[in-house]
Design a protein around this ligand. Structure first.
Ligand code: AHG
Ligand code: MN
Ligand code: MN
Length: 323
């Protein structure tokens, strides 16, 4: 069987769907993939080198920064700033948007990323990941915050790298969702999951039930409807891992707003938008706490948060019916 590398796949998708492409996008993906391989290498060796534990700092999200958060963030920023095709970037770990300063012609891409998702799981060797979301801006568009912050429907690509028992990459450019597994013996991501479709319903539901008392009555009722004997509970606490399982097995994930996080906890630009793009591409649904498609939310601020409900069509509809 021919083994297809991820860059080969991206390139063939470009030829099929964007025959006039300049190669900028493929070049961006190449550097993004290199960043993930470098992060994956450190994650794999984390117990052997001094990279576990916290840095002692608190980030813009008010959370403790782990050494691996910091490392992954530096790798991503360095690569994305220097790849030559990105004009602006936003990271969950940075206070402000970064505009790439260059004396060369400006790149046409904007990227948002969560450099290391699932920080609380790092020291326990539980699956973590990197999530990315890519947009385009024209050459003559002024790089203001308003022009850079676009609705999720405008994403040209989104995906994640999952550092689990194997390292995987899952991505979409709006033409299906495709999964690749890193083969360390050749150092490449090879196609392992072509055209992933989420099952119409699943047998797992996923939420941090410790927050139950803080949810609205509607969310409590909606979640109660899953305690009907058909479902089993799964919650990793690394969004990227909870998402990957839901994508492959089907089911439901919900992180509603609560009395502590009035707008939900998960971040629109780095987490909810890219994962909503993927789940819709795979045939599933993604909403905020008001029944609005996540992808339709107009982001006003870079670190804006949202309630996040996604999964198999039938399971998400069951949740929504309880409202
Ligand atoms: P991050 O590690 O990037 O800060 O994200 C943590 C997120 C997400 O991965 C997960 O779904 C959620 O936080 C878990 O939150 P709780 O601990 O509140 O359940
Ligand atoms: Mn995260
Ligand atoms: Mn993070």
């Amino acid at each position: 069987m021919a083994e297809i590398s991820v860059i080969e796949h991206i390139h063939s998708m470009q030829l099929l769907w964007s025959p006039m492409a300049t190669g900028q996008f493929t070049s961006l993906m190449h550097d993004l993939i290199l960043s993930a391989k470098i992060i994956s290498r450190s994650v794999t060796k984390a117990g052997l080198v001094d990279i576990l534990g916290g840095t002692g700092d608190i980030n813009i999200q008010g959370e403790q920064v782990q050494k691996l958060d910091d490392f992954a963030n530096s790798v991503m920023i360095y690569r994305m700033k220097n790849c030559g095709v990105v004009c602006a970037l936003g990271s969950e770990e940075e206070d402000e948007l970064i505009i790439v300063d260059t004396d060369k012609p400006r790149g046409n891409y904007v990227i948002f990323f969560d450099p290391l998702d699932g920080s609380s799981n790092i020291d326990a060797n539980v699956s973590i990941g990197t999530i990315f979301s890519i947009y385009r801006v024209d050459d003559n568009t002024e790089l203001t915050k308003e022009n850079i912050l676009q609705k999720g429907t405008e994403q040209v690509a989104a995906g994640y790298f999952l550092y689990g028992p194997s390292t995987m990459m899952v991505y979409s450019t709006g033409h299906g969702v495709h999964g690749f597994t890193l083969d360390p013996s050749v150092g490449e991501f090879l196609l392992s999951h072509e055209n992933i479709r989420i099952p119409a319903s699943g047998k797992y539901y996923s939420a941090n039930l410790a927050n139950y008392a803080k949810w609205s009555e509607q969310d409590q009722k909606a979640m109660d409807s899953f305690n009907n004997g058909k479902y089993s509970l799964r919650y990793v606490g690394s969004l990227v891992a909870d998402f990957h399982r839901t994508l492959l097995y089907g089911g439901l994930f919900s992180y509603p707003a609560d009395s502590k996080n009035a707008n939900g906890k998960l971040r629109l630009l780095y987490e909810a938008n890219p994962l909503s793009f993927l789940i819709e591409q795979a045939g599933g649904l993604a909403f905020d706490g008001n029944g609005k498609r996540v992808l339709e939310i107009e982001p006003k601020e870079v670190h804006v948060r949202t309630a996040f409900l996604f999964g198999s069509k039938e399971d998400v509809e069951q949740y929504r019916k309880a409202f």
